[in-house]
Structures are given as C-alpha cells and as structure tokens.
Design a protein around this ligand. Structure first.
Ligand SMILES: CCCC/C=C/CC(=O)SCCNC(=O)CCNC(=O)[C@H](O)C(C)(C)COP(=O)(O)OP(=O)(O)OC[C@H]1O[C@@H](n2cnc3c(N)ncnc32)[C@H](O)[C@@H]1OP(=O)(O)O
Length: 280
C-alpha cells in the first residue's frame, strides 16, 4: 500500500515542497511537485537484490507514476548501501525454488521489464554502486545512465552463474552498445568498471560523486522541457517496440524455457556454488 503525504525534500541543491509517495519498505518514491520529477529509491539491504516482493513494488510504482503523468524519473539506490546500486535478481528465488513462486517471479519479471522499458516519460538511472545481472537490466531499461565511479562494476554476468540471460535482456543491451559488443559481453558474463562502461557506451556519463551524478540525471530530464510529451512517447515507442513486442508475443515460451532449465540439477548445482562463493 502506498501512502501519500507532504514533506520537505532535498532535491538537486534546493529545498523544495514536494509530494511524497512512500511504500512500506524496499522502495521509496518521491515526486517533486514543482518539477514533476520522481525519484525512485531502491532500499533493500544488504545489496538491493530483487525478490518477488521488490519486483512487485517496482512494477506497481512504475504503473502508478505512469498514471500520475510525471515529467521524468530518476531510479537509484539508497545512499546508505554505499557501494551497491543493485546486486541483481535474488538468486535465492532460483535456488531450490518453490515452482509456483518461481512461475510468479518470472511472470512478474517480464511485466516489470515491460513497464520500465516502455515508460511514456523519460527515465534516468543514477547507478551509485555495483549493478549486476538484473541490476544492470533495470539500469539499461532507463533512457539515460549516469554511473558513479571509478570502483563499481556493471554487466549482465548471468553465464557466470550458469544461467541464461533471456533474449530481451540481451536485446536491451544490444540496443545500447550494439549487437556484436553485447554478444561478446553476455556470453562471457562480462562486467565493466565505470570507465569501461563509459567507453563502450553502456553508460552515458560518469561522475565521481552521487550528488553530481544526480544533477546530471536531472539535467538530462530537463533537456525534455521543450519536447512534447506525446512526441516523446510515440518516438520512444517506435524505437523500443520491436524488442518489447517480441516478449509480448512470446511470454509463455520465454517463461517455460527459464522455468524448466532453472530447475535442472546442473543449473541448481551451479547456483548453489555461486551462492556459496558469495558467502565466502
Ligand atoms: C529470467 C531470469 C534468468 C536468470 C537471470 C538472472 C539475473 C541475475 O540478476 S543473477 C544475479 C546477478 N548478481 C550477482 O551476481 C551479484 C552477486 N553479488 C555480488 O557480487 C556482491 O554481493 C555485490 C558486489 C553486489 C556486493 O558485495 P558486498 O561485498 O557488499 O556484499 P556481499 O557480502 O557479497 O553480499 C551480502 C549478502 O548478500 C547476498 N547476496 C549478494 N548478491 C545476491 C543476490 N543477487 N541474490 C541473493 N543474495 C545475494 C550475499 O550472499 C550475502 O549474503 P550473506 O550475508 O547471507 O552472506
């Protein structure tokens, strides 16, 4: 359930009156009433990995902002995590899964990607820490990426876990850095430092600090002040529709592929080892 009330919010370098929508946990969303810009903050310690519950919250929030006719959105991570934007999908959702929950998770993941990838308003991810697997995916869904650096990493590292990034994960990356670079990147489960990501165009700008990264994000959103929201929406739709339409047309097939391979003994073994290595 989302509550709505008025607060004073720190935004760029001004104190402004804002309207705030707060979810119970895991996701905070604020809308600056003056600028119409929403800031959505993922807050699920220790590493913002995406559980079914967080996935639901992200999807619900995006759909809500869509109805609120906001002017733009910044997606970022709570600062107290310090070095993680998003640790990716919650591997525990895939390891020894309950089949009903796994099916729900995969369906929700498809729906959340569709919502975030196809927003009718401009979006920016301020990547203030590591952004791996699903974390890289949500950052890539945005129209613009500003990554804090130099010490963080970003990438679709699924093959390192012994799993397969679905076609729409790969297409999302290919649309940003080109097919060849994306292919080389995903088959090797490659991760990039901030500088490397900037060099290959996976992120648009880098920044040594979060405040500056946030400012750059706001600047990008402000660049749409003179663009008609309708023209923006239609143009983005034409650009992204071929990738999203594939998933819309192949949802069941896509779900069954992941649902089945995820539960095979060899994939389960790989995931178990990966989880263990994280604990070390
Ligand atoms: C259709 C779907 C197909 C399959 C697609 C999958 C996409 C994915 O997203 S797979 C996951 C990809 N993500 C990763 O590989 C990231 C793994 N995590 C890390 O590399 C590091 O945790 C970090 C760099 C993000 C942060 O490092 P830090 O040293 O600060 O924290 P840790 O001590 O490593 O972790 C703390 C705690 O969190 C657990 N954890 C970390 N990541 C995940 C995760 N993705 N899922 C579940 N749990 C995770 C880690 O095991 C630690 O747990 P304990 O405190 O219990 O030891």
């Amino acid at each position: 359930m989302l509550k709505r009330y008025n607060i004073i919010l720190y935004s760029t370098n001004k104190i402004v009156n804002s309207c705030r929508y707060v979810s119970q946990s895991m996701l905070k969303s604020t809308v600056n009433e003056k600028t119409g810009i929403a800031t959505v903050i993922i807050n699920k310690p220790p590493v913002n990995c995406i559980s079914l519950e967080l996935l639901n919250k992200i999807n619900t929030e995006i759909n809500k902002l869509q109805k609120d006719n906001i002017r733009g959105m910044i997606l970022t991570s709570v600062r107290s995590l310090q070095k993680v934007f998003c640790g990716g999908l919650d591997i525990k959702e895939f390891y020894n899964p309950n089949p009903d929950r796994l099916a729900k998770y995969l369906t929700n993941l498809q729906d959340t990607w569709l919502s975030l990838y196809m927003t009718s308003f401009p979006t920016v991810s301020v990547i203030n820490g590591h952004s791996l697997g699903g974390g890289c995916l949500i950052a890539m869904c945005c129209d613009y990426r500003v990554m804090v650096g130099p010490d963080y990493t970003i990438g679709l590292n699924e093959t390192k876990l012994g799993v397969v990034p679905p076609k729409w994960f790969q297409d999302t990356m290919a649309a940003i850095i080109g097919h060849r670079k994306a292919e080389v990147s995903v088959i090797a489960g490659k991760t990039y430092t901030t500088d490397e990501a900037l060099q290959i165009g996976l992120v648009d700008e880098s920044s040594p600090d979060i405040d500056n990264a946030y400012k750059k994000g706001i600047q990008f959103l402000n660049s749409f002040e003179k663009i008609s929201p309708w023209a923006f929406k239609m143009t983005k739709n034409i650009s992204r529709q071929p990738i999203s339409q594939w998933l819309i047309d192949n949802k069941q097939k896509d779900l069954e592929f992941v649902f089945n391979y995820m539960q095979t003994p060899s994939v389960q073994k790989h995931l178990g080892l990966y989880l263990q290595s994280l604990k070390k």
